[in-house]
Design a protein around this ligand. Structure first.
Ligand code: SF4
Length: 387
C-alpha cells in the first residue's frame, strides 16, 4: 500500500510532486486528511480483497509532518483491512525530512509500527542544499540520521541527489564519504532532472541554472556506484542501492507489476487483474490537489482524476519489459512467457536487435534481457523503445 501525504514545509524549486506548502500543518487539516485516508481505504479495499499486506509506504510530500498518532491510525486501519503476509514481515516505511522532523517524535513513529525511515538528505554540502532550495542544512541531516539510529529503526534509507546545480565531483565525493560513514541499509540516488513547470525549468530557460556537464554527471554516476559497492551497498536498480537483503520491498512491487493500493491525493493504484474484464490489471490515479481529493472523498463522489486505465496486452508487455529492466537482475524470459505466451523476442525483435547492436542491452540464450552498464546510463532511451 502507498499513502501519499501532500504537505511540505515549503516547495523545493525542482519538485513536481503533488505537494502544498503547509507549515504549520494545522491539527484540524491533519485530522480531516487522515479521516479522508481512512474513508478511501474502506472504499477501495474490496478491489484488493483476499490479498495480504507486503508493504506500507508513507510517501509525499513530507509524511513526517504528521503526528505519530495519525500515522498509527492509518497503520492500524491498514492492518485491519489486510492481514499480513505469512512469508515476511510487513515493510512499513515513512519518508522523513531533516528540516521538518521533530526528532522527539521518532520513537513514537517507531512505536506506531514504522520500521524503515527514508531520509531526504539529498546532500551533505550546505552550498548544494542551498542551491537546491532545501529547507535543511548538513548539520540537521547529521542530527536526523543519528536520531533515527537512536530511535531503533532497523532500516535506514537515505536519498541523495547528484548532478545538482553547481555541484562538483568533489562535492559528491564528500557526500559519499558521509553516506558510508552512516552505514545506511539503503540509498536512493537520483540525477537531478529539471521538470517542466518548475522554478528550475524557468531558471534554465533564462540561462540561470548551471548544471554539471553530461560527462561530469556520467562520471558522478559511476563514482556513486563504485563507492557504494566498496562500502557493501550494491546497486540493484537504476536509482537504488542496498546491503544484501535490504532491497526495498515496496518499490520492488512496482518494478514487478504487483498490485499496489494507493490512497491520498495523486496516489496511483495498480489494481489486480479481474478475470475477463481486466486480465492484465488496471491503473487508477487520484486527483492531485488536496482539497478536490478531500471533497471527492467526503461527498462520496469521484476522488480519481480520470477513468481507470485498463491495460491491454500490448501495454502490459511493454511495461513488463521496461519495468523489469530497471532492476539489475533484468527481465526473466520464462516469467514473461508465462504471462504473455511467448518470450520477449517474439514481440520486440527489432527493438532488442537495435539495442543489442548499440551495446545497451544483453540478451541470454533463453531470451532474458538485462541493461548493460552503458544501457543503465541511457536507461530512458532504452525504456522508451518498449512503451
Ligand atoms: S521536500 Fe520533497 S516532496 Fe517536498 S517539496 Fe521538496 S522535493 Fe518536493
Amino acid at each position: 500500500m502507498y499513502v501519499h501525504v501532500p504537505f511540505c514545509e515549503r516547495v523545493c524549486p525542482y519538485c513536481d510532486f503533488a505537494v502544498i506548502a503547509a507549515r504549520p500543518l494545522t491539527r484540524e487539516l491533519e485530522d480531516r486528511f487522515v479521516a479522508g485516508l481512512l474513508v478511501e481505504l474502506e472504499r477501495r479495499a474490496p478491489a484488493f480483497d483476499g490479498r495480504r499486506l507486503a508493504s506500507l509506504y508513507f510517501g509525499g510530500g513530507t509524511p513526517s509532518l504528521l503526528h505519530p498518532e495519525s500515522v498509527e491510525r492509518v497503520v492500524e486501519a491498514v492492518h485491519r483491512a489486510f492481514p499480513a503476509s505469512p512469508e515476511a514481515a510487513v515493510e512499513i516505511t515513512l519518508e522523513v525530512n531533516p528540516s521538518t522532523l521533530e526528532r522527539s517524535r521518532l520513537p513514537d513513529f517507531r512505536s506506531a509500527g514504522v520500521a524503515r525511515v527514508s531520509v531526504g538528505v539529498q546532500s551533505f554540502q550546505d552550498p548544494v542544499l542551498k542551491r537546491l532550495g532545501r529547507a535543511h542544512g548538513a548539520a540537521e541531516a547529521h542530527r536526523t540520521l543519528a536520531a533515527c539510529r537512536d530511535a531503533g529503526f532497523p532500516s535506514l534509507s537515505l536519498d541523495l541527489i547528484y548532478a545538482a546545480p553547481g555541484q562538483s565531483a568533489g562535492d559528491l565525493e564528500r557526500d559519499l564519504a558521509e553516506v558510508t560513514s552512516f552505514a545506511p541499509e539503503h540509498v536512493s540516488a537520483y540525477e537531478l532532472s529539471v521538470e517542466a513547470g518548475t522554478p528550475f525549468a524557468l531558471a534554465r530557460e533564462r540561462g540561470q541554472l548551471e548544471l554539471p556537464a553530461e560527462d561530469v554527471a556520467l562520471a558522478m554516476a559511476r563514482n556513486l556506484e563504485e563507492r557504494l559497492a566498496a562500502a557493501g551497498i550494491q546497486r540493484y536498480e537504476i536509482s537504488s542501492y542496498a546491503r544484501p537483503g535490504c532491497e526495498a520491498v515496496h518499490n520492488t512491487r512496482y518494478w514487478r507489476r504487483r498490485p499496489v493500493l494507493g490512497i491520498g491525493p495523486s496516489a496511483v493504484s495498480t489494481d489486480p487483474p479481474v478475470s475477463d474484464q481486466t486480465p492484465f490489471g488496471s491503473r487508477r490515479r487520484n486527483l492531485p490537489a488536496v482539497v478536490p481529493w478531500l471533497e471527492g472523498i467526503e461527498s462520496g463522489s469521484a476522488a480519481e482524476a480520470s477513468p481507470p486505465e485498463v491495460f491491454d496486452a500490448a501495454t502490459a508487455r511493454g511495461e513488463a519489459v521496461f519495468l523489469a529492466l530497471r532492476e539489475l537482475r533484468g527481465l526473466d524470459a520464462g516469467r514473461f512467457a508465462g504471462e504473455f505466451g511467448a518470450p520477449p523476442r517474439q514481440f520486440f525483435a527489432a527493438e532488442i536487435d537495435e539495442l543489442r547492436a548499440d551495446g545497451l542491452v544483453d540478451e541470454d540464450a533463453d531470451g532474458s534481457l538485462r541493461l548493460t552498464r552503458p544501457g543503465r546510463q541511457l536507461a530512458d532511451t532504452v525504456f522508451v523503445r518498449f512503451v
